[in-house]
Design a protein around this ligand. Structure first.
Ligand SMILES: Nc1ncnc2c1ncn2[C@@H]1O[C@H](COP(=O)(O)OP(=O)(O)O)[C@@H](O)[C@H]1O
Ligand SMILES: [Mg+2]
Length: 243
């Protein structure tokens, strides 16, 4: 009997880590397509300018001007890739990083989707908020929270507020939406795996997010309201401050 339980526990642990890997992969592929998008514009500009410059080779002024624009575009490319590397290199140890940067990256990552659904985004940052974290993991959590919010918002009526606040010994990141709120009964099981209200949901986002935050020594909590004129939900990540 004990052997059987041990075997089932092992299997469960293996299944859990396979799930974690697949969620990570899904995030990485979303990230990759956002990066492609950002790399593509400057690349196209450079391609056109090189073509143009060849035609204008007898006019040094124009060549020089084109080179300046190309230089700017290359700088943009450099920024995109170095930002991507900061977050997506497999990180062996936690590093000190400004959580405002992470919040901004998450918003940027989903800017297309937010725009498509007519979501108004507001930000509340009070200066940098540095903490020692695994950047890509926190990015993944904030991403999940933003995507969950977008999923429940009505097109053209949604509002999301992202805030990053430093307290004496911790940092909060909150994601607030004016969606319908979380149904009672459902709310108590939100952080369990496979709990989803979506036809194509996995129910793994919040489960994985709470594990990531726990690993950082923090907490992930929410408040939700379904009554009155002001419905909505706030998820709050609490992280211990570095130092
Ligand atoms: N901001 C939110 N407002 C309302 N419900 C939410 C919100 N965030 C999460 N939920 C509920 O929690 C469920 C679980 O979320 P999650 O674990 O990310 O899985 P999934 O997004 O795949 O359904 C969602 O299906 C949804 O019902
Ligand atoms: Mg989700």
């Amino acid at each position: 009997m004990e052997d059987r339980i041990k075997e089932l526990e092992d299997r469960l642990a293996r299944a859990e880590s396979a799930l974690e890997r697949s969620e990570r992969l899904a995030v990485a592929s979303r990230y990759a397509s956002a990066i492609m998008h950002e790399v593509n514009n400057p690349l196209e500009a450079i391609t056109n300018l090189v073509y143009l410059t060849k035609l204008q080779k007898e006019q040094p002024d124009l060549v020089f001007e084109n080179m300046n624009v190309i230089e700017d575009q290359l700088k943009t490319l450099g920024r995109v890739t170095s930002q991507a590397l900061t977050f997506h290199r497999e990180q062996q140890t936690a590093k000190e990083i400004d959580l405002v940067e992470i919040a901004e990256s998450a918003l940027k990552l989903h800017s297309d989707k937010l725009l498509r659904h007519g979501v108004v985004v507001s930000r509340r940052y009070r200066g940098p908020a540095r903490a020692t974290v695994f950047g890509s993991e926190i990015l993944q959590v904030v991403s999940n929270l933003i995507l969950n919010a977008v999923d429940v918002l009505e097109d053209g009526k949604g509002h999301i507020c992202v805030s990053v606040k430093r307290c004496p010994d911790c940092i909060h990141i909150t994601v607030t939406d004016n969606g319908p709120g979380i149904p009672e009964g459902f709310a108590s099981r939100l952080f369990e795996p496979y709990v989803t209200s979506k036809a194509s949901g996995t129910g793994l986002g919040l489960w994985l997010s709470s594990r990531i935050i726990a690993k950082h020594g923090g907490t992930l909590r929410f408040r939700t309201s379904r009554t009155g004129g002001r419905t909505g939900t706030t998820f709050r990540i609490n992280l211990p401050q570095s130092g």
